[in-house]
Ligand binder design. Structure first.
Ligand SMILES: [Zn+2]
Length: 171
């Protein structure tokens, strides 16, 4: 959630305030001032915090497994710790191949991501993009079996770049 617009931030403060009042006012009537203040804090801070934890927990579960899969040699990991940050690339290093962002593992193999980083594909030295791993929500990384589909074989040099799922060719 990127809420950088100042007006949006004020809307959130108003919403949190209203939630706080909806808990704090009844508590005030029943328990007095102290109960009202505590109720306001619980409503404005506690309930949204719990909700945020639930959302983050669901998002963690959806991104099951490491952010990036282990490399083809099985020796390089895709994250250093169970983080949600996109900066944690584990043993991979961000690099550039032509004008495309790629990832290089410690073995020297190159990888590129496709389809909003759901597919992790190996970039061979001759410029072919081969299926390797695909990420499934709540389950993690699985072998990308696209290469076993009969309709998608290795892509010839003459194939247009960026077409097809099975094996693109980039310069
Ligand atoms: Zn490696």
């Amino acid at each position: 959630m990127a809420l950088h617009h100042p007006a949006l931030e004020w809307i959130w403060i108003v919403i949190l305030g209203l939630i706080g009042l909806s808990v704090g006012l009844p508590a005030w009537q029943r328990l007095g001032v102290v109960g009202g203040v505590l109720g306001f804090i619980v409503g404005a801070v506690g309930l949204p915090a719990v909700l945020l934890l639930v959302i983050v927990g669901i998002e963690c579960a959806r991104r099951a497994g490491p952010r990036l899969p282990a490399c083809h040699s099985g020796t390089c990991k895709g994250r250093l710790w169970p983080s949600l940050t996109d900066r944690d690339l584990g043993d991979y290093e961000r690099t550039w191949v032509g004008d495309e962002s790629a990832l290089r593992c410690r073995c020297g193999r190159l990888y590129v991501t496709r389809q909003a980083e759901r597919r992790f594909m190996e970039l061979t030295p001759d410029g072919c993009v081969l299926p390797y791993r695909v990420h499934r929500d709540y389950r993690g990384w699985f072998p990308d079996d696209t290469e076993t589909r009969p309709d998608e074989g290795p892509i010839e040099e003459t194939t247009q770049a960026g077409k097809g799922e099975g094996g693109e060719h980039i310069e």
